[in-house]
Design a protein around this ligand. Structure first.
Ligand SMILES: NC(=O)c1ccc[n+]([C@@H]2O[C@H](COP(=O)([O-])OP(=O)(O)OC[C@H]3O[C@@H](n4cnc5c(N)ncnc54)[C@H](O)[C@@H]3O)[C@@H](O)[C@H]2O)c1
Length: 313
């Protein structure tokens, strides 16, 4: 059992992550701008603080005295604020929150980055060398949100050069997070429902049809925290579902929406996603347990036709 401080614990991902870690037996403190009345946070210790205010992160950490910190607080949507505001908020929060945690001797520090660091959707074009994308794919951010997330990953390297390996660090890049209520029809981060994203591939194309169930991210965080003393320090992980959020194979869909991807996308037959979760499987033994076809009741019985089998799994 660990005492875990989660910044941004009242957010879309934070609520499920905090609830999952509490259910796994940990002692949670959620720090967010306001105390939330979300049912997932009932019974969880909550602290209201603007972590961007001078000294606020250090104060919250000194009061909570956590063994581990998961930093989620951020402006979480690209272009949802002016570029310089996103950059200052996300990069500043990373340095103040993770820096304060390292200075306070918190032993395990984890930060949420984003797949967008890779630069897909750049107006000048994006041609991946190979698909699926993984942690070896070079980051090429093209907007302030993506660049701020790369700075968050780089802040870990910076802090590690200050503290050495006595403090264990990791970053994770969650795919498009689907909270449990969103399977039932609540709007997802971009305002439309999961079914609308499936019915109109143009909605999911900007995220390369990626997704992950928030409960799987919570289990990922639990598994990661337990393993951090035993894996190389400062690792970055993609956290995504085993399949794509699409009804057609990505070898057909990706080139339609992202010119320049046809050659690499030829690998993505059947339900294969654009992002590999193999590193989290290999280093942590984590694998996602939720898939959209099960959640939406669209799992079709496997047919005898080879072509259809290929499209199913
Ligand atoms: N949701 C996704 O699909 C997704 C995908 C990739 C990465 N991420 C990252 O995961 C993290 C969580 O995302 P989310 O979807 O839950 O976002 P969210 O906007 O729902 O939650 C973020 C939370 O951070 C809090 N916060 C922001 N600034 C703060 C400050 N100065 N002080 C205190 N609290 C502050 C907000 O109040 C909010 O509750 C973010 O870092 C985001 O960039 C999310």
């Amino acid at each position: 059992m660990s005492r875990i401080l989660v910044t941004g614990g009242a957010g879309r991902l934070g609520r499920t992550l905090v609830a999952g870690l509490a259910a796994a037996g940990h002692d949670l403190v959620s720090v967010d701008r306001q105390v939330s009345d979300a049912p997932e946070l009932a019974g969880v210790e909550q602290v209201a603080a603007d972590l961007g205010a001078p000294g606020a992160a250090a104060d919250a950490i000194a009061q909570a005295r956590p063994d581990a910190l998961i930093h989620l607080a951020a402006i979480a949507v690209p272009f949802s604020a002016p570029e310089d505001v996103i950059m200052r908020a996300n990069a500043g929060l990373a340095v103040s929150v993770m820096g304060a945690a390292a200075a306070a001797g918190v032993g395990r520090i984890v930060a949420a980055s984003s797949p967008t660091v890779l630069g897909y959707g750049a107006p000048t074009g994006w041609t991946p060398e190979r698909l699926p994308l993984d942690e070896d794919t070079p980051p090429l951010p093209w907007n302030a949100y993506a660049l701020s997330k790369l700075i968050i990953e780089q802040s870990i390297g910076m802090l590690r050069r200050q503290t050495g390996d006595a403090v264990r660090y990791a970053a994770f890049r969650p795919c498009y997070v689907i909270a449990p209520e969103e399977w039932a029809g609540a709007p997802t981060q971009q305002g439309h429902t999961v079914r609308e994203r499936l019915d109109d591939p143009a909605l999911s194309a900007p995220a390369l049809f990626n997704y992950v169930d928030a409960r799987d991210v919570s289990r990922f965080a639990d598994t990661l925290l337990a393993a951090m003393g035993d894996i190389p320090n400062g690792e970055v992980f993609f956290v995504g579902a085993d399949d794509a959020l699409a009804r057609e194979p990505l070898c057909e869909l990706l080139p339609r929406f992202h010119p320049g991807t046809a050659r690499a996308a030829a690998e993505l037959t059947g339900t294969a996603p654009a992002f590999s979760n193999a590193k989290a499987r290999r280093l942590l033994g984590w694998s996602p347990q939720h898939a959209w076809r099960d959640e939406l009741g669209e799992r079709v019985a496997v047919s005898a036709s080879p072509r259809q089998e290929n499209r199913l799994d």
